[in-house]
Write a protein that binds this ligand. Structure first.
Ligand code: SF4
Length: 247
């Protein structure tokens, strides 16, 4: 891991100018490009490295412990080529992207009941069942609007915005606040999507959906949706999955 250093400080300079003896042209060019990349590292990058180092072990430990007590451990996406090594490098970049956004942007974390609206875990009753949710952020955007922000580390923006609709429902039911704009923060690209109008996700629609799913669950009526199997962690139990990697 790089040592903490101010951008342009001695660590960065030594990386960008030092040339080893007996290097081929190709090796030199590769090293120069790595050095050029290092030279544009900013404070956010080093803050992210430090933060990542601090939390990584405890996050991994908590994740493994909770999974051991619940279900057999598995990767979030078992078919992803992005393993631990990939995340050790790119995870830092994603954290740094978020730090830069928070540092240099003019969005603010909203306060709810006197506390910052970060990682809000709710269990919202609907009829005889509960909807569990964890809302990444409620923020005040650059136009001064309260909004729901979901942090995404995947490649693609979700096709459905229903998840945000559920968050709107939860915030209204539990705190009595109506937040009808949502965003996805795409950590790989360091971009916020355009604002998404959530006003069409009314209480009536969300309650209809939950009740219908609950009735289907009780009747053991499960309709497979094979359009998204690549992201599914239950393929080994599912008779509908036909991929070669099924175990
Ligand atoms: S593998 Fe089965 S459970 Fe998973 S998404 Fe596909 S159809 Fe649904």
């Amino acid at each position: 891991m790089p040592k903490k250093s101010q951008p342009g400080g001695s660590t960065v300079e030594s990386l960008s100018t030092k040339q080893p003896k007996h290097t081929t042209k190709k090796a030199t060019s590769k090293r120069t490009s790595k050095a050029a990349k290092e030279s544009v590292r900013d404070q956010a990058y080093y803050d992210a490295v430090n933060y990542w180092d601090k939390v990584k072990e405890s996050v991994l430990h908590d994740t493994i412990t909770s999974r051991e007590s619940a279900v057999p451990p598995r990767a979030a996406n078992p078919r992803s080529p992005e393993g631990k090594e990939w995340w050790d490098v790119n995870g830092i970049e994603m954290v740094a992207n978020w730090i830069r956004f928070r540092e240099y942007g003019n969005w603010k974390i909203a306060m709810i009941n006197g506390a910052p609206a970060v990682e809000i875990e709710l269990q919202v009753p609907v009829g005889n069942t509960f909807i569990k949710m964890a809302i990444d952020r409620v923020m005040i955007d650059d136009k001064g609007n309260y909004c729901i922000v979901d942090l995404k580390t995947g490649r693609r923006v979700p096709e459905s915005t229903l998840q945000l609709g559920f968050y709107r429902y939860g915030l209204k039911k539990v705190f009595g606040i109506d937040v009808n704009i949502g965003y996805y923060w795409m950590a790989r690209q360091a971009t916020m999507t355009d604002g998404i109008d959530l006003s069409d996700y009314t209480e009536e629609k969300i309650e209809y959906l939950v009740t219908a799913f609950d009735n289907a669950r009780k009747a053991h009526s499960f309709i497979p949706n094979t359009s998204n199997c690549k992201m599914c962690g239950y393929t080994m139990h599912c008779i509908w999955y036909k991929g070669e990697d099924k175990k």
